[in-house]
Ligand binder design. Sequence first.
Ligand code: ADP
Length: 421
Amino acid sequence: MLLGAIADDLTGATDLALMLSREGMRTIQTIGVPKTDLDLSDVDAVVVALKSRTNPAAEAVAMSLEALSFLQTAGAKQFLFKYCSTFDSSPAGNIGPVTEALMQALGTDLTIVCPAFPANGRTIYKGHLFVGDQLLSDSPMRNHPLTPMTDSSLVRLMADQSQLKVGLVTRETVGQGASAVAQAFEAARGRGEQALVVDALTDADLRVIGEAAAGLTLITGGSGIALGLPENFRRAGRLRPTGDTLAFSAPAGRAMILAGSCSEATRGQIRTATEAGVPTLKLDPIAIAEGHFRVEEALSWALAQSARAPLIYSSAEPEEVKAAQAALGRDSAGSLIEQFLAETALGLKAAGVRRLIVAGGETSGAVVGALAPDALFIGPEIDPGVPWTLTLGQTEPMALALKSGNFGAPDFFLKAWDILP
Ligand code: ADP
């Protein structure tokens, strides 16, 4: 075991596991800290998927430290704390506190902060996070139901969320290559800086930063920061030249889509699917809260459809989300829908659904929590960051595609089925 990662949500963990396996590391993704003993003898990297993104900082810290201790026992040499490429965090913020706690537990005085993911339009320049052509704070992320982001300065966000002394390594330095970046790390260490935001505009930048980070015990960022890490182990003679691909075959059975993400991308995917004739059922949080619509009704609707993969969604425009939150409370509205979709997933599985797409990070966390596999195998990639996966440790395995809200092309809900082996 070389690399141990802690991801603050499930779809992010999948995205990271996919990145590592694409770069030739045999990677397992666990759902939380595994309760049973997993055979890690053939494994190069383990990604522990937590559901800590929106938890209060103290809880997120405790969960992350437990994951760290599992990864240390498993023999990891380097550690990665993975959060969202849009730095999603609750207003009180737990990325800072978790980073600080992990640094302390590992006895390290310097880490980096780099959520860039250029393939999905997330770039960092002068310490500011961009989503496509917009600053994070001008992007649709300002309307996220749970983690609205209204500041784009990662330096400021990190300093606000922690006691750490935060510094910046700019694109100019990254452009000069890995040794310049490594020198910048040492210079910052000399100034007493502890968390360095690092600019990155391209995957090539991320590989440079990854190479420069070979000597860091702890790295923090999005999945993109993992791009350059496998090569470090290979250079050091610890990782085989090419990875073995894992055999993947999806179980036969009915297919279904559940969406709890209210992101623009997911809403667009729902529109595209609807226009293509996919049968849809839209959930109303208030009707659910008042007991006027129950899981059994969603299940009987789903099972009555003859189409290839019907869609149940709660996704709504920002005004509708605000109205539901005003009526029910922000967190209660979120957990009500998450629980509804999780119970629906269990019911669907019991009724023979074996292929399931779930849209939304928190939503996927709730669904997988209910289905409770020990771990996920990474299969073929549907769109950047979203693979099909196979549940492990279950008598009736399922093919799951867990899509972070923002990810995927408009026709995601249509084309995903076509690449399933
Ligand atoms: P994303 O990956 O887009 O961030 P998540 O599933 O992580 O999606 O977060 C979306 C949150 O919004 C979930 O907690 C979900 O339950 C909640 N939600 C979904 N639909 C509604 C709605 N109509 N009104 C209020 N909250 C909603």
